[in-house]
Design a protein around this ligand. Structure first.
Ligand SMILES: Cc1cc2nc3c(=O)[nH]c(=O)nc-3n(C[C@H](O)[C@H](O)[C@H](O)COP(=O)(O)O)c2cc1C
Length: 257
């Protein structure tokens, strides 16, 4: 028998999704998979510092392992919010560097942070200084007319130098002008080979693939083929939750590869 300590925590996760992955959804997902790492919806630093913090951060102990995703770009605020999240019992703090919505762009966080790796590095340093749990980053390949490889590799280089060891890569760019957040999840083309190349060049990092994975079984095949460390499933996990029941048997069987 395996216990959860055997499983690398990021082998399989359910994505942060605003309005979808609230505590009720996560509890439901936990009934289907004992081991999947579950992410909260993005919570902004402003909401944690000035809003109904207790309600926003409440979760059921059954949800462990559960990661809190933060939205923000101000290192001190992120450090304080991370500390509050760690004190609330979350297992990981994740920084959103992938959301393209206009509201988020106005706050200068989310995907536009792909162009501010030095600032993200400062944010990671501040958060890591405030908590003992892992601080991870969810990002895109780049934004707008960026050269994907240059942008992604430079971003990871700088942010990993600040101590972030785990990157969840939504394997497409975000187009900040002219596309809705919904269209930004489908129209910019996926580039899995680039994520695989990142892992080959940075084998020291934990690199998780996200974007367009249709099922748990497909995720498992894809990360095995590409030699990646894990898969994150978003819409498929929400729209076809029963599929998550495959996660424990499939991903446990990968432990010894
Ligand atoms: C309704 C919805 C809300 C989302 N909210 C967030 C969010 O709060 N934070 C985030 O990093 N990504 C968010 N995303 C993006 C997903 O986490 C994921 O990166 C994206 O859907 C691609 O994965 P998929 O093809 O498996 O769905 C959201 C996606 C959806 C469908």
């Amino acid at each position: 028998m395996h216990n959860s300590a055997d499983i690398p925590p990021h082998r399989f996760s359910a994505a942060p999704m605003m309005d979808w992955t609230d505590r009720h959804c996560r509890f439901f997902h936990r009934l289907l998979s004992a081991h999947a790492l579950l992410y909260t919806e993005m919570v902004t630093t402003g909401a944690i510092l000035h809003g109904p913090r207790d309600r926003l951060l409440a979760f059921d102990p059954a949800e462990h392992p559960v990661a809190l995703q933060l939205g923000g770009s101000e290192p001190d605020d992120l450090a304080t919010a991370a500390r509050i999240g760690a004190d609330a019992g979350y297992d990981e703090i994740n920084l959103n560097c992938g959301c393209p919505s206009e509201r988020v762009q106005k706050g200068a966080f989310g995907a536009c942070l792909m162009r501010e790796p030095a600032l993200v590095a400062d944010c990671v340093t501040a958060m890591r200084g405030a908590v003992d749990i892992p601080v991870t980053v969810k990002c895109r390949l780049g934004v707008d007319d960026d050269d994907e490889e240059q942008r992604l590799f430079q971003f990871v280089e700088q942010v990993s130098a600040a101590g972030c060891k785990t990157f969840i890569v939504h394997a497409r760019k975000a187009w900040l002008k002219g596309l809705s957040p919904k269209a930004n999840r489908d129209i910019p083309p996926l580039n899995y080979p680039l994520v695989a190349k990142l892992k080959r060049e940075r084998p020291d990092l934990t690199i998780i693939l996200n974007g367009g994975l249709a099922s748990v079984a497909a995720s498992s095949e894809t990360i095995t083929d590409l030699r990646l460390d894990g898969a994150m499933l978003g819409r498929a996990a929400y729209q076809n939750p029963w599929d998550l029941a495959e996660a424990d048997p499939i991903f446990l069987s990968l432990i010894h590869i």
